[in-house]
Design a protein around this ligand. Sequence first.
Ligand code: ADP
Ligand code: MG
Length: 241
Amino acid sequence: MLLTCADVRKTFGSAVVLDGLDLSVDEHEVVALIGASGSGKSTLLRCINLLTEVDDGTITLDGEDITNPKINPDVVRRKIGLVFQSYNLFPHMTVLDNITLAPVKVHGKPPAAARELAMEWLNRVGLADKSGSYPDGLSGGQQQRVAIVRALVNSPRLLLLDEVTSALDPELVGEVLTMIRDLKGDGMTMILATHEMGFARQVADRVAFLDNGRVLEQGPPAQVLGDPVEARTRQFLARII
Ligand code: ADP
Ligand code: MG
């Protein structure tokens, strides 16, 4: 397993958000995380990326316990990319500077090499001509693809995508989903929190349904989305589809 979350607990005040959650992800696997709003999808992804500290339980990446307080979070975050619903690009920086900032400033990559890698990725996703533009000169779909490239230039072992198409106009969703599908083709390991059930069905190897702070049900997309075992999964799907 590349990633193992074991018995992960997270509370905010009296709210138990993750309640002994278990989830494992194999190398090259794509797992779609579904569940009602507030079910803890974002919290789980933030815990995996060490933006939120777990109260209890362990998260292991590549055999290393990353919930160990002695671990350097910057080193872990280089191995785990996280992209949010709101692309969070820096508005006062060009596309190229947005992408190269962390590799150069945080990880000490030589600027020329960082720029070269950034341009390779921008070329691949058809955005090379936007490298000198500022984010507000790009469509939402283009900005989100830049945000994904920004995560990819660290060559992460694992990519976490949190509702990355939720803020987009419908006509811009497709270009982002195509990029994610291409990444799957490259063998990228991904966990994607999503409300796009059609996309989850197409691209995910496994769907995990979060409910009451646990993975209530998981399995192949056709089974979990088409013929769920649990009544609560059926209720959720009936509401959303
Ligand atoms: P989802 O992404 O599935 O919609 P979240 O992980 O965002 O769910 O939220 C799960 C629950 O945790 C919600 O009830 C939310 O209000 C609560 N929560 C998340 N982050 C915080 C925080 N920093 N402080 C307090 N409560 C939080
Ligand atoms: Mg969320």
